[in-house]
Design a binder for this molecule. Structure first.
Ligand code: ZN
Length: 162
């Protein structure tokens, strides 16, 4: 089932979600709904709070089929950082510059509850950091330059008036 994506301004996006156990049957349904929603939205990644679910879960698809990360933790990050443009399904139409670590190592459980560790760099590392931010109540608007933040807010005000 495709779920509604919550947008910037919705308090559900600003809540740092504590780690917790998830019932297997509930998890299966959440994953199915989240992957349906990600596919429909044509996104790279989607975090649970973006669809109003207060669990530490995100799904992603880099073109190799949907993957799931449950209770993800960044266990290592590179000293090196880089800037690039980033969008967010919860901020339609707004791409901003965000500085991120160029590489990270993430530990998480997969959909079967198996522990996995993934080393990522480039776009995958950027997406992991973006989605884990969502689980901590953070969004790209918190990570961007003052100039881009102002532009994004002005765009939203203009859209509201129209
Ligand atoms: Zn996002």
């Amino acid at each position: 089932m495709v779920l509604a994506i919550h947008k910037l301004g919705d308090p559900v996006l600003r809540y740092p979600i504590p780690e917790g156990d998830i019932d297997q049957a509930e998890l299966k349904k959440i994953i199915r709904d989240m992957t349906d929603t990600l596919r429909e939205a044509n996104g790279l990644g989607l975090a649970a709070p973006q669809v109003g679910i207060l669990k530490r879960i995100f799904v992603y698809d880099m073109g190799e089929g949907p993957r799931v990360m449950l209770n993800p933790q960044v266990v290592w990050e590179s000293d090196e950082t880089e800037e690039d443009t980033e969008g967010c399904l919860s901020i339609p139409g707004g791409e901003v510059i965000v500085r991120r670590c160029t590489a990270v190592k993430v530990r998480a459980l997969d959909e079967l509850g198996e522990a996995r560790e993934i080393e990522a760099e480039g776009l995958l590392a950027r997406m992991f950091q973006h989605e884990i931010d969502h689980l901590n109540g953070l969004m790209i608007i918190d990570r961007t330059t003052e100039k881009d933040r102002r532009r994004l807010i002005n765009d939203m005000i203009r859209e509201d008036r129209e």
